[in-house]
Design a protein around this ligand. Structure first.
Ligand code: GDP
Ligand code: MG
Length: 338
């Protein structure tokens, strides 16, 4: 297959200009982990050509893990953090992945829209479809204080909720079944182990209510094992409109940590969030140690809707997400129609 390499180069140049100083390097990598094109940023951190060699060595093991995990050959979008760098991966059609390497202190919210757009254009270049390499300036609500940012978000929702996707996060101890719930909901599958999930994976799903003539689009952010990085966790939890607090009914500590840790940490990071409480793994009847009554009592204390689910059997998983979507409609969309 011959691709328009000149156009690809031009596109990467535009992408570099859009991101400015935060960009350390950008790479277009194919499914076998081979670098098809790359460009280093203009910031001081991108010292010289050597960095590309170093970055590719960093990127390689991550890519092979992605390839292993998603046997379907599709992994959407994700982020990955190391001490020195932040990586953003964007699927770019069936052939390629756009890998953006940023300074470890950069915010990803501002970069994501550009990365999506660039990845979409790259997939067109690979398909041989016509596309302009020009990346327009996007207006992104990133300036100003955190508070101003939240106000901007809410206004954005009210103005055009039809095109707006709500950021959904999951809180709860490791191994309670957060990733399993998301996969059950988005793809209707249950795999035994997701422990190798890299960084943050981001999935999209629409939830429609015919009766209400409303659709809620969720962008579901699932944080993997590096929750130990406080900075990563804060940006994961911030600016979210919807969230699910999950505990495991066979693990009392995970239940207690909802009240002790997760609820307050999420409310601090995203004060306007709509939350529900979920007790997962109800299929493990014999091992259950937290009763329905205890779950209900906690939900009353925190003033949240409560549901019991099993990601394994699929019981109540759709209902949990629909319940959340309904509350989102109540909070944002109805007020917008008035
Ligand atoms: P996370 O760390 O919260 O994302 O949890 P995972 O989704 O990775 O799940 C942790 C473990 O619990 C895995 O071995 C899953 O197979 C298992 N698991 C998740 N949900 C259920 C469930 O509803 N029932 C049972 N029996 N096992 C589950
Ligand atoms: Mg997980």
């Amino acid at each position: 297959m011959s691709i328009d390499t000149k156009k690809l180069k031009a596109l990467l140049q535009w992408y570099k200009q859009s991101l400015g100083e935060d960009l350390i390097a950008v790479l277009v990598v194919n499914r076998d982990g081979l670098i098809m094109d790359s460009l280093i940023g203009s910031s001081e951190n991108s010292l010289n050509e050597e960095i590309i060699g170093g970055v590719s060595a960093l990127v390689e093991p991550v890519l092979s893990r992605i390839t292993e995990e998603f046997s379907s050959g599709s992994f959407g979008t994700g982020t990955f953090d190391t001490e020195d760098y932040r990586f953003i991966f964007c699927e770019s059609g069936p052939e390629a992945v756009l890998v953006t390497v940023l300074d470890s202190l950069s915010g990803v919210d501002e970069v994501f829209p550009y990365a999506y757009l660039a990845a979409e254009k790259i997939s067109r270049i690979f398909d041989g479809r016509t596309v302009s390499p020009v990346i327009p300036k996007l207006v992104i609500n990133s300036g100003g204080s955190q508070i101003q940012r939240k106000v901007d978000r809410v206004q954005q929702v009210k103005v055009k909720s039809k095109e707006y996707a709500f950021k959904l996060i999951l809180g709860g101890d490791g191994a309670v079944g957060k990733t399993s719930m998301v996969h059950r909901y988005v793809e209707n599958v249950f795999a035994k182990d997701y422990k190798s999930t890299i960084g943050t994976s981001i999935m999209k799903k629409e939830c429609s209510f015919k009766e209400l003539e409303s659709t809620v689009r969720f962008v579901i952010w699932d944080l993997a094992g590096q929750a130990q990085f406080k900075r990563v966790r804060m940006s994961y939890l911030a600016n979210a409109e919807a969230g699910i607090l999950v505990y495991d009914v066979t693990n009392r500590e995970s239940f207690e940590n909802i009240d002790i840790n997760w609820y307050s940490e999420i409310m601090k990071a995203s004060p306007n969030i709509v939350l529900i409480l979920v007790g997962n793994k109800i299929d493990l009847k014999e091992e259950r140690v937290v009763s329905t009554e205890e779950g209900e009592a906690l939900s009353q204390k925190l003033k949240l809707t409560y549901l019991e689910t099993s990601a394994k059997t699929g019981e109540n998983i759709n209902d949990a997400f629909r319940m959340l979507a309904l509350q989102i409609i109540k909070k944002y969309i109805e007020t917008q129609e008035v």
